[in-house]
Design a protein around this ligand. Structure first.
Ligand code: SF4
Length: 259
């Protein structure tokens, strides 16, 4: 990506006037607060230490013995999407959703982005990360040279919680084998967990998001990096500089420069 093009996406993220500081490509914003600038250094240092290794979500095997249908872990993309579309495991969500939000993107993608749950607009459109938060995610991806169409984007759960409440633990558990099958089918080079709910549930931890950033976690064999949810960044633009740090860190991990 050309410098001017990247600058345009950084501008769209609200991070302007990035300048090179050294030949190694480290950069910093000239217009972020002293606190944010300090955090760039602090988290760059943290990134050298591999963190937790977490087993994949669950067994991924749920054979419907009554119907004799194949287990979730045996389904292909089309079969999995069809099964999710009629799922009623979470009675409240199944009754209140407009439609399921399976996920979208390239089935051969090297990057997988995992968020929390569909919101109102996602529920209407049937696609994750649309609206203003989706636009910001697109710009975040573009800033590191990725087009939305070239990654796969999904959520922990596939149905909108009413009133945009947090997903319940049992809803995340109900939906986990679908997500696990998506991860297995995709076999991505890296997972980017966006937001606290996604990060804590994927990593099976209650650690605050700030402590999970800047480290390489693993979900099974797949490296996993944590960053802020774009909806949070819209409310807290001062943290966009930290998200930019996370994205560059994730890119380094995906390209084998960090492990
Ligand atoms: S959230 Fe997942 S498990 Fe629950 S009803 Fe929707 S698709 Fe089924």
């Amino acid at each position: 990506m050309g410098g001017s093009s990247r600058q345009a996406y950084l501008d769209a993220m609200g991070i302007t006037a990035w300048v090179r500081l050294d030949a190694g490509g480290e950069a910093r914003a000239t217009n972020v607060s002293a606190e944010a600038s300090e955090s760039l250094v602090r988290h760059a240092g943290e990134g050298r230490h591999p963190e937790t290794v977490v087993e994949p979500l669950d067994s991924g095997v749920r054979r419907n013995d009554a119907s004799g249908e194949p287990a979730t872990g045996e389904l292909n993309w089309d079969e999995l999407k069809a099964r999710v579309s009629v799922c009623t495991r979470c009675a409240e969500l199944a009754a209140t959703r407009t439609q399921t939000v399976f996920g979208v993107g390239d089935h051969n993608a090297q990057w997988m982005v995992i968020g929390e749950a569909p919101g109102a607009e996602e529920d209407r459109q049937g696609e994750p990360f649309v609206g203003r938060a989706g636009q910001l995610l697109n710009n975040m991806l573009k800033a590191i040279g990725l087009q939305r169409e070239t990654v796969f984007i999904a959520n922990m759960i596939k149905c909108r919680p009413p009133g945009n409440r947090d997903p319940l633990p049992e809803e995340i558990a109900n939906c986990s084998d679908y997500l696990q099958r998506q991860v297995a089918l995709l076999s991505p080079k890296i997972i980017l967990a966006v937001g606290r709910i996604s990060a804590q549930n994927l990593l099976k931890t209650s650690e605050p998001l700030a402590r999970l950033r800047g480290k390489v976690h693993r979900l099974g064999d797949v490296p996993l990096v944590v960053t802020y949810h774009p909806a949070y960044l819209l409310r807290t633009p001062g943290d966009k500089a930290k998200a930019w740090t996370d994205l560059r860190f994730a890119r380094d991990v995906a390209e084998g420069r960090r492990s």
